[in-house]
Ligand binder design. Structure first.
Ligand code: NAD
Length: 396
């Protein structure tokens, strides 16, 4: 996608990543950005009884603030339920975007493990909204670039020493003979229903890219950390704030640890903390999507991106937080999840388009952590520590 003014649809545009991406693409690239969302996450948050670190203004309020600060009117909000196939096709036909970023899903593993209803809702919401978008793309314009948020958690239950970027030949011995699986993806296995829904999405992407000759990028995204991007970082831009969950259901690990550290509560590590997770800061993630918008993807191609900069154990993450708050204690809780502590060190292939994010990553990691800590510090009086401790268990 060249730098001329384009239209980009960001599905999940009221979300943590979608909003951050939307304001950055609109402001820095100057494209028209249509934020599409049904605001369902706000309902899920109410239903499970959690609250955000900073109250989230309505989309219209955030857009008015964007227009006031940047004197641009290239950010639009559309309230659409992607479970409605007609509405999904309509919105793509209406704006004729050159690219669609799909960041609209139920994104929490604990939410998906709360009940049969939650597991089914996670699968139906995530898969049906994704399918509707793909059918709409095939109907309206197959040359629209489709960038789908997947998850690094698709490999969470796979014990491997190598995760390739592309289809690979696998050779193995079975029954005394050498067997082959030719040009296939590394088998994926998750450790919860949310990530399992991402695997289903991935395989659907692979099917339709080939079948309908779509242009698809699956982003196997690692845990994102950080509270701000360039656009909403200055103190007087706080009307552009993005969602910051710190609770046990919707928050990622660093948000919880940072909030515990700033209120002087022990950092609660699940299990012994040896399980590893991929990480990438919010600014790096947003910048990487700028590169993906420019990636040359042909019709019928399915590209895969492993979007991460760091791979740390939970204990190492807790130690990193303690470097900035040396008085913080670390406690170890019985792990409510079933997480694999893979015996093999995973080597994960990085796409050249993502190489920028890996430059100077250690320095950038601590700097982003400091920024996040300062952000949480400012709102620490509103932190309710009881929302952080885990209540959802994987076992039945
Ligand atoms: N945040 C992370 O660390 C992380 C890591 C890996 C992958 N991801 C993926 O990135 C994407 C964005 O995650 P996030 O953290 O911004 O989540 P988020 O919950 O903050 O945002 C998701 C948004 O999608 C909307 N949405 C959900 N279902 C919808 C539907 N049927 N129709 C319309 N809108 C709908 C929600 O209302 C919400 O605003 C998700 O696909 C998530 O799985 C996130």
């Amino acid at each position: 996608m060249d730098q001329e003014s384009q239209t980009v649809l960001v599905l999940g545009g009221d979300g943590y990543l979608g909003w951050s991406l939307g304001i950055a693409i609109a402001h820095r690239l100057g494209h028209k950005v249509v934020l599409v969302d049904k605001l369902i996450k706000r309902q899920w948050e109410k239903a499970v009884g959690i609250k955000l670190l900073v109250p989230l203004p309505r989309p219209s309020e955030r857009i008015t603030e964007y227009e006031r600060i940047y004197r641009k009117s290239n950010l639009i909000f559309e309230k659409i339920d992607l479970l409605d196939p007609k509405a999904t096709t309509h919105i793509i036909r209406k704006y004729r975007p050159s690219a669609i970023v799909n960041a609209a899903q139920q994104p929490s593993a604990p939410y998906s493990m709360m009940s049969a209803k939650n597991a089914a809702e996670t699968f139906s919401n995530n898969m049906v909204s994704h399918l509707n978008t793909l059918w709409a793309l095939a109907e309206v314009n197959k040359s629209i670039l489709y960038i789908k948020l997947g998850s690094a958690g698709c490999y969470g239950g796979v014990n491997t020493d190598y995760i390739p970027l592309a289809k690979t030949d696998f050779r193995f011995e079975y029954g005394g003979r050498l067997r082959k699986v030719v040009q296939n993806w590394l088998p994926m296995q998750a450790t919860d229903f949310y990530h399992q829904s991402k695997i289903a999405d991935f395989l659907i992407d692979d099917l339709v890219a080939d079948l309908w000759k779509l242009r698809v990028i699956s982003v196997q995204q690692a845990t994102i950390f950080g509270a701000t991007v360039e656009e909403n970082h200055p103190e007087n831009h706080r009307g552009l704030v993005t969602r910051f969950n710190y609770d046990h259901v919707f928050s990622t690990v660093l948000n919880r640890f940072v909030c515990q550290a700033v209120i002087g509560h022990p950092i609660t590590v699940y299990g012994e903390g040896n399980q590893r997770t991929g990480l990438m800061s919010l600014p790096d993630t947003v910048n990487s999507f700028f590169n993906l918008l420019n990636l040359d993807v042909g019709r019928g191609e399915h590209r895969v991106i492993h979007n991460y900069t760091h791979r740390l154990s939970i204990r190492e993450i807790a130690e990193a937080v303690r470097k900035l708050r040396p008085k913080a204690a670390i406690t170890y809780l019985k792990n409510p999840r079933r997480e694999s502590e893979s015996g093999l060190a995973k080597q994960i292939e990085v796409h050249p388009a993502l190489q920028d994010a890996h430059n100077e990553k250690e320095r950038k990691f601590m700097r982003e952590l400091e920024t996040m800590m300062a952000f949480a510090e400012r709102y620490k009086d509103s932190i309710d520590p009881s929302l952080i401790l885990p209540k959802v268990r994987w076992e039945r």
